[in-house]
Design a protein around this ligand. Structure first.
Ligand code: IMP
Ligand code: MG
Length: 177
């Protein structure tokens, strides 16, 4: 399907907000050694910009989950494709996500991580589409609330493309224009 991309959140707006979130996390987790767990692949750009600006003895890890099959709608079927690589028991864990849409992915991932006897669990998401929620779940640290649009860039893909864009763009399908 043919589509155009319109900029929704600029590179500068992302940089400013990521800096704010980093400083907030630095303050809230002062004295701790939090583990930041990025959900692959969408969180990679956000994760790397975020942790560079947090002055704490943190560690990072990744969890690969899949709930999409190339389209723009969540199927709700979440699979763990790659687990974290070390023992999380007793750890203060922060899930780093690109976007909360229906919330189905995050609900599953939270339950999965809670089963690992961690000390605390928080969610830091770059984007949030609250109007699309199907389950009651919230981000503790949210970069931007956005309307119900399909977005790409800064880690987010459409059929695996556009993750490398430095801004967040809205996908406008040609039958809409
Ligand atoms: P949820 O389970 O519906 O909350 O979906 C969460 C996942 O769907 C995110 O981690 C993204 O990978 C993907 N997703 C949801 N909305 C968008 C979007 O607008 N653009 C790209 N990916 C999205
Ligand atoms: Mg994702």
């Amino acid at each position: 399907m043919k589509y155009n991309v319109e900029i929704m959140i600029t590179k500068e707006e992302i940089e400013n907000r990521v800096h704010q979130l980093a400083k907030l996390l630095e303050k809230d987790f002062a004295g701790k050694e939090p583990v930041f767990i990025g959900l692959l692949k969408g969180s990679v750009l956000f994760m790397s910009d975020l942790v560079k600006q947090i002055d704490l003895p943190l560690t990072i890890d990744f969890l690969k989950v899949s709930s999409y099959h190339g389209g723009t709608e969540s199927t709700g079927v979440v699979q763990i494709l790659q687990d974290v690589s070390y023992d999380l028991s007793g750890k203060d864990v922060i899930i780093v996500e690109d976007i909360i849409d229906t919330g189905l992915t995050l609900k599953y991932v939270k339950q999965f991580l809670q089963s690992k006897a961690i000390n605390s669990l928080h969610v830091c998401t770059l984007l949030d589409k609250p109007s699309r929620r199907k389950v009651d779940i919230k981000g503790d640290y949210v970069g931007f609330e956005i309307p119900d649009e399909f977005v790409i860039g800064y880690g987010l893909d459409y059929a695996e493309k556009h993750r490398n864009l430095p801004y967040i763009g809205k996908v406008v399908f040609n039958d809409e224009v």
